[in-house]
Every structure is written in C-alpha cells, then in structure tokens.
Write a protein that binds this ligand. Structure first.
Ligand code: C5P
Length: 237
C-alpha cells in the first residue's frame, strides 16, 4: 500500500523572515515553549512513514539552530543534521535535494519550516495520493475573488475565474530524481519560482492538487503567530 512507502521530508528554514520583522527569523520564535520549527519537525516525526527529516538552515544560522533546537532534538531522532541553504528558497531546496543520496524513484517531500501545522490528516491524504501521481501538492480552493492588479497604479486588470483557483501550500511531494533534475535545469535556465510545483509545471510534469488544511498557515506576519499560539492554547487540556 502506498501509504507505507517511505518518504524523506526536506524542511526549508533558511529564510530571514524580512516580512515578519524582529531580531530573530520567525521559524525560531517561541510558540508554546518551543521554537516554531520544532512544531514543524514534530508534526512529521509523528508519522511512521516519514523516515528522515532534513532541515535546511541559513549559513549564518547554525549557532541559532543549535541554541534553539539542541534542547529538544532528543525527542526527534529522525531529524538529520541540518545542511546549509542559499539566498533564495529555491536555492535552499536545491541544496537540500542535493544533500540526499536517494534512488531516483524515492519519494521526497518539501515543506516550509514556517508552516508548523501540516496536520496528520493532510499528511495521510498526500501519502495516499502517491498511488497514481508523480507529483502532488497540498492546496486550498480560493474562497475570495482574486484580481490581477497593475502593480504601479493599483488598477484591476482582470478578475480570475475563482472556480479554477487554488492556493498552494506545502508539503509538496515528488520523486527525488525528477525534482532534483528540474532544479538543476531551472538553475541553468535562470528560472526562479516561489514553490517547487512551479518548477514541475515549467518542466512539463503533471502535478495533482490534494485538498490542504486551513490550519496549515505559513507564519508570515506577527498576527499569524498570535493565531498559532491561540490554537495551541485551545488544544491544551
Ligand atoms: O519567505 P517565505 O515565508 O516564503 O519562505 C518560505 C520558507 O522558505 C520558510 O520556511 C523559509 O525559512 C524558507 N526559505 C529558505 N531559504 C531562503 C528563503 C526562504 O529556506 N533563502
């Protein structure tokens, strides 16, 4: 059964969190007594088919990583030693993929450290969907009406058909060989994207969307962290 196939998860945590602001990147901020990235790693660690989790961290973030995570890593034995990321998210993912010595058809997941609640049910939906798909991502159908806007004048250029729009999340799952090759081709061609599915689309690989989870938020602004704290508080007995 596909659910039983192993998966290695790359967790990219090399961003500087400029939009969030503050002295420390958002993935290291406190969320109910643990750093945000601890919650992310822990969510994957809970799943028996996620055999290894590879964090990718900033070149100047090793000290902060050890300071924040060392007290908790004994709870997470399947988390590998972090590798160093790059200046863009895409480069960080490429470095993570390059560090993994896996067969071409081995499954890898790619996930943003800044999304601490990927959710057990969502993980199961993704693992199950591997049955028939080469590449798949979590995504939510758009509930708002989406406009394309002229960035200089803030004038609407177009209203997009909402029934066809989905908001991409992570995890995004691929076979290791094809996604690594696509990253290498994109680097050579200078193609830059904000998620890995975009590279797969660009390379002509069919990507299936799997219904995501509204709680799988990406902590981007301080209000997102407040919301995450509130959710965890509500879950406490
Ligand atoms: O900036 P944004 O929130 O879109 O970043 C998404 C994820 O990518 C974050 O978890 C961030 O740490 C990671 N990232 C990275 N390397 C970069 C930039 C972002 O690993 N150079």
């Amino acid at each position: 059964m596909t659910l039983d196939l192993p998966l290695t998860m790359i967790v990219v945590a090399a961003g500087s969190g400029q939009r969030f602001g503050g002295p420390r990147p958002k993935q290291y901020l406190d969320l109910a007594g643990r750093p945000v990235v601890f919650h992310t790693l822990h969510s994957f660690h809970e799943h028996p088919n996620i055999k290894a989790i590879l964090p990718v961290i900033a070149a100047d973030g090793h000290e902060l990583w050890h300071h924040c995570l060392d007290p908790h890593l004994s709870e997470l034995p399947r988390v590998l030693s972090p590798v160093t990321g790059g200046a863009t998210r895409q480069e960080s993912v490429w470095r993570g993929l390059s560090a993994l010595d896996l067969p071409a058809d081995a499954w890898v997941g790619i996930h943003d450290a800044a999304r601490p609640f990927p959710g057990k049910k969502l993980l199961e939906r993704l693992l199950e969907a591997r049955n028939e798909n080469m590449a798949l991502i979590a995504a939510l159908p758009a509930s708002d009406t989406v406009k394309r806007v002229d960035p200089q004048r803030n004038i609407i250029l177009e209203t997009l058909n909402r029934s066809h729009l989905w908001l991409a999340q992570t995890p995004q799952l691929f076979h290791h060989g094809p996604i690594l090759q696509l990253h290498q081709r994109a680097r050579a061609a200078g193609f830059e994207a904000t998620d890995d599915a975009s590279l797969a689309e660009w390379g002509g690989l069919e990507v299936r969307v799997v219904p995501g989870d509204p709680r799988n938020i990406k902590i981007t602004h301080p209000r997102d962290l407040e919301l995450a704290r509130q959710w965890l508080q509500e879950e406490l007995p």
